[in-house]
Design a protein around this ligand. Structure first.
Ligand SMILES: [Zn+2]
Length: 198
């Protein structure tokens, strides 16, 4: 049977993961986090925890505490496209769990997965004898150097640090992607831009 969780259930699950320690988790910590982070009431948290217990996602461990059972798998419905997404394949954004496609789609004016753009960019750069970040704008160079130094960064982090709108950041990153200087990588539940060769 496929266990499909809704938005509130995912929120509670996230709070459980954050509250989880070796011995398990305490529902009081989850309630605190769920209230502060998502405005969920105590009774909602209890109700959802009960539901997750019913489906075996939460079980009692040897010490009699509650813990997550990593062997029980679940899905979410992407609010963007309605697709079922496995627990390790969704991306969190503003508390919503969305699929990678919708995440990328929602953030780009310049398409990332654009083979024509990649080819023409490569040709242009080859004709001009550009290598690495040669021929890039100062901003693009700075973004690239930053990601190279950090090993990777989320667009959200980059946009904050460089004081760019998220859309502008995504456009700049798309150009760096077309030049095959950067690529996407999913780390944890977030999408990072990492050096292309990494
Ligand atoms: Zn989607």
């Amino acid at each position: 049977m496929t266990l499909v969780l809704n938005e509130e259930e995912i929120w509670v699950l996230e709070c459980i993961k954050e509250s989880h320690i070796d011995r398990g988790f305490h529902i009081r910590d989850v309630i605190k986090k769920a209230k502060a982070g998502y405005g969920l009431s105590r009774s909602t948290v209890y109700e959802i925890v009960g539901y997750l217990e019913f489906h075996g996602l939460i079980k009692a461990n040897k010490s009699g505490n509650r813990e997550l059972d990593p062997d029980i798998h679940y899905f979410v419905i992407c609010p963007g496209c309605g697709k079922e997404v496995a627990e390790n394949e969704y991306v969190k954004e503003n508390g919503r769990a969305i699929c990678e496609d919708c995440y990328l789609e929602g953030h780009q004016k310049i398409k990332f997965a654009d083979p024509v753009a990649v080819r023409s960019k490569k040709l242009f750069r080859k004709q001009h004898g550009f290598e690495g970040t040669e021929g890039m704008t100062e901003l693009q160079k700075e973004l690239y150097d930053f990601i190279l130094t950090e090993g990777g960064a989320t667009p959200e982090k980059i946009s904050k640090l460089f004081e760019l709108t998220l859309q502008e950041t995504m456009n700049q990153l798309a150009i760096l992607r077309h030049c095959e200087l950067l690529k996407w990588r999913k780390i944890g539940e977030e999408m990072y831009m990492v050096p292309f060769d990494s």
